[in-house]
Structure formats: structure tokens, C-alpha cells
Write a protein that binds this ligand. Structure first.
Ligand SMILES: *[C@@H]1O[C@H](CO)[C@@H](O)[C@H](O)[C@H]1NC(C)=O
Ligand SMILES: *[C@@H]1O[C@H](CO)[C@@H](O)[C@H](O)[C@H]1NC(C)=O
Ligand SMILES: *[C@@H]1O[C@H](CO)[C@@H](O)[C@H](O)[C@H]1NC(C)=O
Length: 300
């Protein structure tokens, strides 16, 4: 209950036993309205006992009546962020005066929702980065939830219920990430959602940022890093597979037993004329290099 109304009730309550509960003999229909910026709105104020004057106090749409039990507050296009319409009644009997404040929520979807990285270059594994989501011109911010998505999964949400302005504001949220190889190519998004309650639009107004692509640089690694030993059989082709994963894509160099012909700079080496000895392959990129040995044994 509004404190002002409560005070009125406490003063008059003892004189008027007919006054029930929190009623001030005024009823707003609807009692809570959620209006999109620039849209029309109308609310009726109804007196439940004979009234001398019944009216709306408001910067726009003020109105009053001296004979009806109902008066309407009506605005064709609501654009006033500080509007706080109050319906008042002056009655013939006690309590002679009371008022009811309209629970009015004027809202506006954000002009933009943008996601960015606090860093211009690509990311490297194991380091911490800050993603920033910036929301421009949203109101009322206390109904805003900013949701962070990694691919399709919500990873974090941020509410602003502790803020009070009714006018449009700019807000932002940050998300700290420490990307791993699994994050390479993943998209992050942030979604600004206005949850305006039962009287608000369903589904709630939502604005989604452009996706932010995670591009992760990491050094080469082998799925099987150990030495591989191969026994030469009867003829046939043999393949030495040095494929490594890394970003940027690794480049490969080989060293081979002395009499082996020069080898291509490829991850796969296929030959029907392998020589006994050690073939070493090195996969490298800007972040590092890894080597792997293939030990070729003569057939017993
Ligand atoms: C980005 O944010 C992270 C985490 O807060 C910080 O460690 C790093 O220094 C920041 N980088 C830049 C370029 O501001
Ligand atoms: C925010 O996230 C928490 C857990 O991460 C979840 O329990 C909560 O329901 C979310 N809040 C909203 C408003 O979705
Ligand atoms: C080589 O190894 C990689 C990774 O270990 C594997 O994905 C690929 O299929 C292999 N290629 C051949 C031709 O065996």
C-alpha cells in the first residue's frame, strides 16, 4: 500500500468503519499499465461511493468530473518519461478525500545491443579476455535482463533491478572468458530482454546482438604425441601421419635417414621405399612447434 494512502487510512479509519481494507473508494481499471513509448493509453478511475469531484492529476491527459462515478485518463501517444498520473476523489462523507496513484510503466526497446572484445587481435589459449555487451537507450532499466549466450547455451545473466531511472539509459555488462581449444569458432551473443510483468507484452521484447566469433590461436599438438615404431613388411606402401591440430594451420618439415630422397612439407608421407632409421616431423605455427618421431625398423 502506498504510504500516503496508508496515512490517510489511519487518520480516517477510526471515523469510518465502512471503509474496508486498503480501499480508498477509488478503483483504477486496469490498476497497472505497461505502455510502449509513443503508444496510446487509457485508464478508468471509478469511485465506489458518491463523489463531489473525481479527477486525474497529470501533466498530460488531466481530467475531472462532478457528476460521474468514473473518469478516464487518456493519452493518444505517451512520450513523457516522468508521467505519474494520480486519480483523486473528493467525497460528500468521510473520508472526504483520497487518491490512488497509477502503476504506470513506460518502456522502450534498446536502440542497439552490441558485443565486443576488449582486445582487437585474436585470442590465445589460457588467457583471460573480457567481453562487453553494450545496450543503448533502454527504459526502464530495472526490468532489463542481459543474457549471455555461448552458442545456444545461456552462460550468465545480469539484472539491473537496483537501478531506478524511468528514462532511457545506457548500460553494459561484462563477461570474463578464458578460452580453450574447444572455444575456437564458437559464437557469443548477448540478449537484452525487458520482462515487464503480466501486463507487459508476451513474449517480452528482446534485442539480440550480432554474434562475436571466437578465433583462438593455439600451438600445434598431436593426438598421439608418442614415437611410432613401424616394422617394414613385404613391400607395400606405408604412411607416416604427422597431422597436428593448431591455429593457424601448422606447417610441416621432415628430417629423414641420410639416403632418403627429399621429403615434401606435408603432414602425410606415403612411400613404398621407406628406409630403416628415424624420420622426424615437426609441425609449427606462430605459437610454437612440436616434433614427432617415426622409428622404422627393418623387417626381421
Ligand atoms: C582485457 O581484459 C582482461 C580481463 O579483465 C585483462 O586481463 C586484459 O588485460 C584486458 N586487455 C586489454 C587489452 O585491455
Ligand atoms: C540467471 O541465471 C541464474 C543461474 O545462472 C538462474 O538461476 C536465474 O534464473 C537466471 N535469472 C533469470 C532472470 O533468468
Ligand atoms: C592422420 O591423423 C589424423 C589425426 O591423428 C587423422 O584425423 C587422420 O585421419 C589421419 N590420416 C590418415 C590418412 O590416416
Amino acid at each position: 500500500m502506498d504510504r500516503k494512502i496508508l496515512t490517510l487510512f489511519l487518520i480516517f479509519g477510526s471515523f469510518c468503519t465502512a471503509l474496508s481494507g486498503d480501499s480508498c473508494s477509488l478503483e483504477l481499471k486496469p490498476s497497472r499499465v505497461v505502455v510502449r513509448f509513443g503508444e496510446p493509453v487509457s485508464v478508468s478511475c471509478v469511485a465506489t461511493r458518491p463523489v463531489r469531484v473525481l479527477g486525474w492529476e497529470s501533466a498530460i491527459g488531466a481530467a475531472h468530473t462532478q457528476h460521474d462515478l468514473s473518469v478516464q485518463w487518456k493519452v493518444d501517444s505517451l512520450i513523457d518519461w516522468i508521467e505519474e498520473p494520480i486519480c483523486y476523489g473528493v467525497f460528500f462523507t468521510a473520508p472526504r478525500q483520497c487518491e490512488e496513484k497509477l502503476n504506470l510503466v513506460l518502456y522502450k526497446s534498446p536502440d542497439s545491443v552490441t558485443i565486443s572484445l576488449n582486445h582487437t587481435s585474436t585470442m590465445v589459449e589460457g588467457k583471460e579476455y573480457q567481453l562487453l555487451c553494450d545496450v543503448q537507450n533502454i527504459a526502464p532499466v530495472q526490468y532489463l535482463t542481459l543474457r549471455w549466450f555461448r552458442a545456444a547455451v545461456e552462460v550468465y545473466n545480469h539484472s539491473f533491478s537496483d537501478l531506478t531511472p524511468s528514462m532511457p539509459v545506457q548500460v553494459s555488462s561484462t563477461l570474463l572468458i578464458t578460452p580453450s581449444v574447444a572455444d575456437n569458432g564458437v559464437q557469443y551473443r548477448c540478449v537484452a530482454e525487458l520482462e515487464l510483468g503480466a501486463e507487459g507484452p508476451h513474449p517480452p521484447p528482446r534485442v539480440t546482438s550480432q554474434p562475436l566469433d571466437i578465433v583462438l590461436h593455439y600451438p600445434p599438438s598431436f593426438s598421439v604425441p608418442d614415437d611410432e615404431t613401424l616394422e617394414l613388411g613385404e613391400g607395400g606402401e606405408h604412411t607416416l601421419n604427422c597431422t597436428a591440430v593448431g591455429n593457424p594451420a601448422p606447417i610441416y618439415t621432415w628430417t629423414s635417414p641420410p639416403s632418403q630422397a627429399k621429403m615434401e612439407e606435408q603432414p602425410l608421407f606415403t612411400s613404398s621405399a621407406l628406409l630403416p632409421g628415424v624420420y622426424t616431423c615437426t609441425a609449427s605455427n606462430i605459437l610454437g612447434k612440436k616434433s614427432k618421431r617415426f622409428i622404422i625398423k627393418a623387417k626381421p
